[in-house]
Write a new protein. Structure first.
Length: 398
């Protein structure tokens, strides 16, 4: 009897083992996609990991040229899937136009494998690039009576990244430079890691009120009207700014600054002087985009200084170079290269209007690459290389 029991147990184990071997298994095909704004649709060479829910069993495979990873012989169950790929700066540049290394990942949980199954994941990763000045028109235009008109100045700011960026609390300012004659700035030697601002504005928001998609721009106007047709404009102006996103409005008792009813106003962060409008120099200026962490008013009060080598009591606000997202300097002409307005880490070059002032022309950043129809603009921190001069104004057009 004892021998018979042993034999029966042995036979039972064999039968059970055979039944385990006969349990059905399935293949899982996972397609890994790049983010929408990448040059390639699918990611070759991404690693895919599949973990059975409730166990530590993990299988992995790498995607092929079609972006597909095949996981073989999975038993029926619930699985969690993850994918990742690291791109070098060179690889990222080919995909996005921006030479910055990036790690992309994706996760999909609670996937049922009850048969041969196809799944897809779309990768996501850190922002590549940031806001840049795309097009700036500062020179102004001439009226039919040969008068000087500058209320049509504007600043086009572009999301040069592969992700949504929020414009909330983005600041636009000018650095202290010169208006009529070139001179050596005392600020750069006195504050080697900071820039001094006589004025700046910002887009008020709670943090997620103003999403800007990749490849989209915002336009900030001095006055948000159609300057070509409005009775208060200039028929010789090159631009219609009636659809601008924001304008710089200076409230005054005499109401001399035009307040467009269709264009919202920026919030003034600081100004040591304002006339009837926010006029930046028609000879060119130093322009900066930056962010202030925390309360802007508190920061301003804590960072006011007077000008080095001057007895004037006029105050300016200092910002750290590290706070600056983008900046460039424009000169009256190409003879002022030895008198910079910005530190070279912000802009090692310059741009200018070769025709002088009131020309109706703008400066525009060069397109470096076009990725899936989205222009990526060149940003080498050298505006001599990065900007085109003597350009027809085309705000909002790529």
């Amino acid at each position: 009897m004892k021998k018979i029991a042993i034999i029966l147990c042995f036979l039972g184990a064999i039968i059970s083992s055979c039944q385990d071997d006969d349990d059905p298994v399935y293949d899982l095909m996972v397609t890994v996609n790049y983010p929408e704004n990448y040059n390639s649709a699918v990611a070759e060479g991404a690693w895919v990991y599949v973990t059975e829910d409730g166990t530590e069993r993990t299988d992995s495979a790498q995607t092929d040229v079609s972006g597909v990873a095949t996981i073989l012989k999975l038993r029926k169950g619930i699985y969690n899937i993850s994918a990742s790929i690291s791109l070098t700066a060179t690889e990222a540049e080919a995909e996005t136009g921006v030479a910055e290394a990036v790690l992309l990942t994706a996760v999909k949980n609670n996937v049922s494998v009850l048969d041969h199954t196809d799944e897809s994941l779309t990768l996501a990763g850190a922002i590549l690039g940031d806001f840049v000045f795309k097009e700036v028109y500062y020179a102004g235009s001439k009226t039919p009576e040969d008068g000087s008109y500058f209320s049509d100045q504007y600043y086009e700011i572009y999301n040069n990244s592969t992700d949504i960026i929020y414009a909330d609390n983005l600041c636009l300012g000018i650095v202290d430079g010169w208006a009529y004659s070139a001179n050596i700035s005392p600020w750069l030697s006195a504050y080697p890691t900071k820039q001094a601002l006589p004025s700046f504005w910002y887009i008020a928001g709670s943090g997620t009120d103003h999403p800007i998609n990749p490849g989209e721009s915002i336009i900030i106007a001095q006055d948000g009207i159609d300057h070509k047709t409005d009775e208060l404009g200039n028929p010789n102006s090159p631009v219609n700014l009636g659809n601008a996103d924001w304008e710089t409005y200076v409230p005054r008792d005499d109401n001399k600054d035009l307040d467009s009813p269709t264009v919202p106003n920026l919030t003034l962060g600081f100004a040591n002087f304002l006339g009837f409008d926010w006029l930046t120099s028609v000879f060119g200026c130093g322009y900066v985009l930056f962010r202030i962490d925390g309360d802007i008013e508190t920061y301003v009060e804590a960072n006011k200084v007077t000008k080095p080598e001057s007895t004037s009591t006029k105050e300016y606000v200092l910002i750290d170079n590290e706070m600056i997202i983008d900046g460039f300097q424009a000169y009256k002409d190409d003879s002022e290269t030895s008198m910079p307005k910005l530190h070279t880490v912000i802009d090692a070059g310059f741009t200018y209007d070769p025709n002088g002032t009131y020309t109706g022309k703008c400066v525009r950043r060069k397109v470096k690459a076009t990725i899936d129809g989205r222009p990526v603009y060149q940003d080498t921190n050298n505006s001599t290389n990065d900007f085109l001069i003597d350009q027809e104004c085309s705000p909002g057009q790529n």
